[in-house]
Design a protein around this ligand. Structure first.
Ligand code: KIV
Length: 265
């Protein structure tokens, strides 16, 4: 069994092979997600809503992220394990290093993810200089929901689009090895994906990114309430949870997901 590493993902981008990423927050689901062929598991701070019933990701703590990351790490065998740095836990370089230390040493994360552009360059640089694998996150940044005024598509005007492309390049130059783009018009996500050497993971970012990520419970159709436009319920035609996740992986790898209906203009 070949473990997925950042090098594997870089090679996949170079070959034009799509990468399937899924969130997961516990050991039981990790076994299923692994068996279904997912490449990267994200222990997202979306666990605040999905696992804890909170309104947003803002109240998720480092200890809670460490707890869920460790639950996943105990079952993980092949997938690359990435964990979110929660709200304000990387507001300074010192805090970023402490948070990464906890997620990696106590949680077993192999990569950490943080939201933000220019203001995060120092943290990304310091982390990567110290050997930490970092995934950046641009576009809709859920930890800034109150500043943004809602969960809104980002990068629709030229100034925002130019800034996002510049931030993406700067984050790559600072050492980031993956980039998540959330709720970004397809045309901009495509431009950023082509401009970067590192793999770009889209969620509501169109069909042309190197990878797709969704929330596990969303693709199983068990999330209460109205789902975002970019989600598809893969349980609809499946008999088992593993089969639904396999269908997601197959759809991402073949390019049949997302469709135009899941994309923003
Ligand atoms: O917290 C999360 O699950 C995420 C993704 C959905 C990108 O950041």
């Amino acid at each position: 069994m070949q473990e997925v590493t950042v090098k594997t993902l870089g090679d996949m981008k170079a070959r034009g092979e799509k990468i399937a990423v899924l969130t997961c927050y516990d050991a039981t689901f990790t076994h299923v997600v692994e068996a279904a062929g997912v490449d990267v598991i994200l222990v997202g701070d979306s666990l605040g809503m999905v696992m804890q019933g909170k309104e947003s990701t803002l109240q998720v703590t480092v200890d809670e992220m460490v707890y869920h990351t460790a639950c996943v790490a105990r079952a993980r065998q092949r997938c690359l394990l990435m964990a979110d740095m929660p709200f304000l836990s990387y507001a300074s370089v010192e805090r970023a290093i402490e948070t990464a230390e906890a997620l990696i040493q106590q949680g077993g994360a192999q990569m950490v993810k943080l939201e933000g552009g220019g203001q995060q360059l120092a943290a990304v640089h310091a982390l990567t200089e110290n050997g930490v694998a970092v995934c950046a996150h641009l576009g809709l940044q859920p930890q800034s929901v109150h500043k943004l005024g809602g969960y809104l598509v980002q990068g629709r005007n030229q100034q925002q689009a130019d800034e996002m492309l510049r931030d993406a390049m700067n984050l790559q130059n600072a050492g980031a090895q993956l980039l998540v783009l959330e709720c970004v018009p397809q045309i901009l996500a495509t431009e950023i994906t082509r401009a970067l050497d590192i793999p770009v993971i889209g969620i509501g970012a169109g069909r042309e990114t190197d990878a797709q990520v969704l929330v596990l419970q969303d693709i199983l159709g068990i999330t209460p309430g109205k789902l975002p436009k970019f989600v598809h319920n893969f349980m609809e035609d499946a008999d088992t949870i593993e089969e639904a996740i396999r269908r997601y992986v197959k759809a991402v790898k073949s390019g049949s997901f997302p469709t135009a209906d899941h994309c923003f203009t």
